[in-house]
Design a protein around this ligand. Sequence first.
Ligand SMILES: [Zn+2]
Length: 134
Amino acid sequence: MATARFWRENPSRYNLKAVRCNNCGRVFFPPRGVCSVCHRKSIGKMECLNLKGEGEVFSFTVVHEAPSQFEILKPYMVVMVKMDEGVMLTSQLINSDPKDVKIGMRVKATLRRLGEDGPSGVIYYGYKFRPIEG
Ligand SMILES: [Zn+2]
């Protein structure tokens, strides 16, 4: 991801800040100013919302051939998670074995180091998912 976009979206990445359109009820993450469905009708009706960070696995894949910066992690799992608020998030699944991952499994977002820009560069943090025990 481009650095500029990453930093622009950073507060929402750290805090899982989303918005809900009070015209149609859709939730957007990262937040946007206008609903992509209602357009003009959503103006003044977008409400901030903190995602609770929990949801269930909608789909997942195991990455065996990783981009160079993630080489050290492979194989690793990427999950699409349907959050309890209804929005879909994609990130890495940690603390889990590929054979244990199931569609519908409950997971929670957790703040983790994502990577850095070069040897002396900026360190990125963001959310990853981990299974909710029990
Ligand atoms: Zn809407």
